[in-house]
Design a protein around this ligand. Structure first.
Ligand code: KMH
Ligand code: ZN
Length: 277
């Protein structure tokens, strides 16, 4: 409840690319490996400890190419020490083999999407056998999973996989809220999701569009972590484009400090999120 003492430590994740946003929607979207690396470094300066990573082809289309991931990761590493969390969600319609490619780069962290849902006017397919398959591949690669849940049932699915030993600790949940077709970005919904968390699990909120700011701020007040960035929201305020993800991270960091939460550095986030002990 709200009277509980929360750890002040806050992990801010920057989702700087995504698979859906286009240059037509915002000229501030990074596309090339170097643009992505530059943006990652700016976000780290602004307070991000984790970069949630997608990559693009030169024409801006989404790709899960391991070569493109490898080059981008190398360029990010040359500029900053953030935890790199690769996407295994990729873009709508990609096969599991395609989506799993960035695991070949031996990332510290990777997403595991925990169920199917209507995703806007598309369907984001993650069948139960596909989830188990990807979970096994994540484990084999050594990546720590971030469990992406867009619905209450996805949390139940993840918990069942933990129960079966298919997903191992440490447990990190990402509640993706406000996707049209998924759980709505409402306070009572978040409180319910948090009530499902097993002891020792950490959780964060990634809310889309105009819900990004209010829901990530609510998450911070409730003791969770937060993800912001252009993947989920391209506006700083109504009609005003964010000039990249860094301004969104900076705003989240400022809010965090105003309520006594402290955005932590990557080294501390590694100890918090990645240690299996
Ligand atoms: N692009 C979305 C369909 C993830 O990164 O794991 C899926 C996604 C999730 O972005
Ligand atoms: Zn993503």
């Amino acid at each position: 409840g709200s009277t509980e003492a929360h750890s002040p430590e806050l992990v801010l994740t920057a989702a700087i690319v995504g698979a859906e946003i286009t240059r037509e929607q915002t000229k501030y979207l990074p596309i090339t490996p170097q643009e992505i690396a530059d943006e990652a470094a700016r976000c780290r300066e602004a307070g991000a400890a984790v970069i949630h990573l997608h990559v693009r082809n030169d024409d801006g289309s989404p790709t899960q190419s391991k070569e493109r991931f490898a080059e981008t990761i190398e360029r990010i590493r040359a500029k900053t020490d953030c935890i790199i969390q690769v996407s295994t969600g990729g873009a709508i319609g990609m096969s599991i083999d395609e989506r799993a490619q960035p695991l070949d780069c031996k990332p510290e962290m990777a997403t595991l999407n925990c169920g199917t849902l209507n995703f806007g006017d598309d369907v984001f397919i993650n069948t139960r056998p596909q989830i188990r398959d990807l979970a096994a591949r994540l484990r084999a690669s050594g990546a720590v999973a971030e469990l992406e849940c867009y619905e209450v049932g996805h949390v139940e699915e993840a918990l069942a996989l933990v129960e079966k030993g298919i997903i191992e600790k440490p447990l990190h949940f990402q509640f993706v809220m406000g996707v049209p077709g998924g759980i709505a970005a409402r306070e009572e919904n978040l409180r319910y999701l948090v009530s499902l968390m097993p002891k020792g699990a950490s959780w964060a909120v990634a809310a889309v569009g105009r819900f990004q700011q209010p829901l990530t701020e609510l998450a911070m007040r409730l003791g969770g972590h937060a993800r912001v960035g252009l993947e989920d929201n391209i506006y700083l305020s109504k009609g005003v484009l964010a000039e990249g993800s860094a301004p969104l991270v900076a705003r989240a960091a400022t809010y965090a400090r105003s309520i006594g939460r402290a955005p932590i550095e990557p080294a501390r986030a590694r100890a918090l999120l990645l240690s299996k002990g």
